[in-house]
Design a protein around this ligand. Structure first.
Ligand code: F6R
Length: 613
């Protein structure tokens, strides 16, 4: 959701900005723009559409300059258009600014400035910032950093901003609050790179600073970076060394990032297990270090959104089954505003791929303020959520670029499985034999996923048959119920086909009314103690003419007799089945969307990192 890139140094900025914007395309956007400072002129170019459209616009223009900022915008206030695209410029045309986040009190600030004669041209909340900064700078005769501080004091909401000034050709200013911003430091401070995450920076430098909330960085060529708070206290920048595999940022021969990421799963899950899943034990340092705090909790509350919420539903079953600790699973967006009984006796588990989801971050802040202990399950290293937690486990599945989450889901479920097993052992409520069986089975999961992936061609054929459908129903029980929800979400996100997930037995309480010959029903029906009951649900669909696609355990002859189409997954422990049964559903959604000719990696209206409410 919106991406910022910036550069100050000795190289031409434009190619670095465009390359960086392309790296951030996965976040979702609908317009792009850049501003370059060259020979005392500010050149601003914008385009509705893709970064390639921006390149096209700039083709015949002056794109010189060693200082520049750029942006991809995901529309919140105002339609996607050239005029609403960033950068926005000040009244005098001397300042240019890009912004991620939302300024909630923009209307009142705008009204006040209009009364002073300031003119506005866009519908955005961002334009207010650049105009307010210039207004303060002129009125108070202060320098740019002071004007930025004063303006940000007045702004309520979330922001990551980057700002350049024609009169300061050696300076780039950035600031953040609740919206991520990373600064890459080149050799001897000769150049600096800024971006919404480290992926556009990684190919130039490994030395990175993640700004904290309400911090402003004053970045000057050939000078050490200066970081101040909006209260004007200087802070020591915390430089980290990042380790991003650049191969993970490219499609590696696959037609789409989503397909690559589905196929990455065996490998990245091995990475996630490395050093944690040993032949005879599960070692999670967060559990070792905070064992007493975790085991003394009266309950766990899982907060997350979307796919991460589905992983949370599986986590609830795992933790309640193996650790006998009550678990609630909440949508972060609901939890943050509801009156809740959360207090210091609770442990809150926040699950997030991006680590930047605004609702999840706000849910954490609320739980923290009530004294709860916060445990994070996050993918993006150094992200806002990772930093807001007391402890946690990274899922380490590498950057996820496709907007529809795939490998992050299995990474989250894997970490939740290891967490449940490690906690159960620490609590002494799992038999040694069961403990070892689960460890052994977890170790086999990557190979078993490979076996499911071998059916890719068949699933592609199957998908073609079903592209005609306008509605899909996904049904599952127990551990497969969240998988059904996830399968339905994947399909609707990228194929725009309406799909609903339900617990299989709930079908008779309503959804059965929808079933006819036009309605494909996907049963996630691996071996389970309620196997016979699922067969009855299938018969109910069959007798109403519904078409059945069943995800079954290898060799399940009963299901094969009933279902129209069958996809087999290898046998595993019931609690680990989601790690296998979700794979065909990811592939099915992918191939349906491809068959419909849709933009799989950047589906309409969706953003990868949802940093606004
Ligand atoms: C679905 C999807 C979204 C995210 C949700 C939470 O494919 O990607 O539903 O799961 O926006 O995002 P994170 O996990 O980054 O907090």
């Amino acid at each position: 959701m919106c991406g910022i890139v910036g550069y100050i140094g000795f190289r031409e900025a434009f190619p670095i900005l465009i390359n960086g914007l392309k790296r951030l395309e996965y976040r979702g956007y609908d317009s792009a723009g850049c501003a370059l400072l060259h020979d005392g002129h500010l050149n601003v170019y914008k385009a509705k559409g893709k970064v390639s459209d921006l390149e096209h616009v700039a083709e015949t223009k002056d794109i010189k300059g060693t200082l520049g900022i750029a942006h991809t915008r995901w529309a919140t206030h105002g339609v996607p258009s050239e005029v609403n695209a960033h950068p926005h410029v000040s009244m005098s045309g001397q300042l240019a600014l890009v912004h991620n986040g939302i300024i909630e009190n923009y209307a009142i600030l705008r009204q006040r400035l209009m009364e002073k004669g300031v003119k506005f041209y866009s519908e955005t909340d961002t334009e207010i910032l650049v105009k307010l900064i210039e207004y303060i700078k002129d009125k108070r005769h202060c320098d740019l950093p002071s004007a930025v501080r004063m303006a940000l004091h007045q702004a309520i909401g979330a922001y990551a901003i980057a700002l350049i000034d024609v009169n300061e050709p050696n300076e780039l200013l950035v600031a953040r609050k609740s919206s991520p911003l990373a600064i890459g430091i080149g050799e001897d401070n000769r150049e600096f790179f800024i971006a919404s995450d480290a992926s556009p920076i990684a190919e130039y430098t490994k030395q990175v600073i993640y700004l904290n909330d309400e911090e402003i960085a004053v970045i000057r060529r050939d000078e050490p970076l200066k970081v101040i708070t909006i209260l004007n206290h200087e802070v020591e920048p915390n430089v980290q060394t990042i380790d991003i595999d650049l191969g993970m940022l490219s499609k590696g021969g696959f037609p789409h990032f989503m397909l690559k990421e589905i196929f990455d799963q065996p490998e990245v899950l091995r990475d996630c297990m490395r050093g944690r899943l040993l032949p005879d034990k599960v070692v999670l340092s967060a559990v070792e270090n905070y064992k007493d705090r975790l085991l003394s909790a009266r309950r766990f509350i899982i907060v997350s959104c979307g796919t991460s919420w589905h992983a949370g539903l599986i986590g609830k079953q795992l933790i309640e089954t193996f650790c006998e600790i009550p678990v609630e699973v909440e949508y972060a967006s609901e939890f943050r505003y509801r009156r809740s009984t959360v207090d210091e006796r609770d442990v809150v588990i926040a699950i997030s791929q991006s680590g930047e989801t605004a609702d999840t971050l706000a849910a954490i802040e609320k739980a923290k303020s009530k004294g709860a202990f916060i445990f994070g399950i996050v993918n993006a290293v150094g992200s806002s959520i990772a930093r807001a937690t007391d402890t946690g486990v990274y899922i380490h599945v590498g950057p996820e670029i496709g907007v529809a989450s795939t490998k992050a889901f299995t990474g989250q479920v894997l970490v939740l499985s290891m967490l449940a097993i490690a906690l159960a052992k620490a609590k002494n409520c799992i038999a040694q034999e069961d403990y070892l069986t689960l460890i052994g089975e977890l170790g086999c999961i990557p190979d078993k996923i490979n076996k499911v992936l071998e059916q890719n061609d068949r699933i592609r054929e199957l998908a073609r048959i079903f592209t005609y459908a306008h509605n899909f129903l996904y049904l599952g029980r127990g551990y497969n119920y969240p998988v059904a929800l996830e399968g339905a979400l994947k399909l609707k996100e990228i194929s725009y086909i309406h799909a609903e997930g339900y617990p299989a037995a709930e079908m008779k309480h309503g959804p059965i009314a929808l079933i006819d010959s036009e309605m494909p029903v996907v049963f996630v029906a691996t071996h389970h103690k309620l196997h016979k009951k699922i067969i009855s649900n299938m018969m109910e669909v069959k007798s109403r003419g519904g078409r059945i696609i069943a995800i079954v355990t290898e060799g399940d002859e009963d299901m094969k007799k009933i279902a129209d189409e069958v996809i087999e997954v290898p046998e595993t422990e019931n609690c680990l089945v989601p790690l296998l049964s979700v794979i065909p559903l990811q592939l099915l959604a992918y191939h349906v969307a491809v068959a419909k000719g849709l933009n799989v990696d950047q589906p309409r209206n969706l953003a990868k990192s949802v940093t606004v409410e």
